[in-house]
Design a protein around this ligand. Sequence first.
Ligand SMILES: [Zn+2]
Length: 299
Amino acid sequence: MLCSLQVYIPVSLKLIMIKINKCTSIFSCVVVSLLLPLNSFALPQQALVPGGIAILGVSDYTPETEITFDGRKTTIFKNGDSWYALAGIPLRAKPGKYEFKIRKEDGLTLQTSVNVVAKKYKEQHLTIKNKRKVNPNRQDMERINKERTRKRAAKLHWSNTYPDIDFIWPVSGEISSIFGLRRFFNEQERNPHNGLDIAAPEGTDIKVTADGTVIETGDFFFSGNMVYVDHGQGLISLYAHLSRIDVKPGDVLRSGDVLGAVGQTGRVTGAHLHFAVIANGVLVDPVYLLPENQPEQQN
Ligand SMILES: [Zn+2]
């Protein structure tokens, strides 16, 4: 690797891009820069794998700067004095090169690519007693299709607010199911697991992971009682299978506010929180944004 710390210091984006040409990979340089001590919160963990996140440091950022990753608008956030672009990598993404495009206010366009590598996700086999939750009837399908439209709208929601990405654990508890597992319900393959399951007793308070605004709540066929929170710039968190919802669309929450309680509504095998994170319309593994350790259990 030819790059060094020097690569990431230049004051203009143009300069960064010129110097970065000397690197074998821009992300080798980004990673180096992320290892530096920062007098702010820990940055999310970059993971260039399907279901992971890509992070790009951006110098000379202005609100007019447009940054896309694989054609989708990225989440822009600030940490200390530095600006970054964060992009979700779809779980179905094929390994290979993916491009960040940066269009500056003056029309200058720069691009750089990252290399996404394969990740093997394991299988999980679950037995669901309520067979309709695995093979819905016609009436259920009508409901599911309506809900799909609402879910899609929430997933693609965009607000210009710069997000608080200093996430906290919404509940403490054993991780009963990790992100990305290939799922078989009653031995029938369904969509892969797109969140993190945290086991906790029914009724345990759920805290919002960061500052945000509630954009959708409701009782969904598979997800049970669910809450979507918009953190800004396409970064959204969701909380499913709740026993109780304490918030409504439009509510403004501060990090740690209680939004509901752990339950076992929807398609479940027991009480847990299904916690998911969406970055630019893509569900990503929440562990890359959460602190490494959970706080002491408080409920
Ligand atoms: Zn889950």
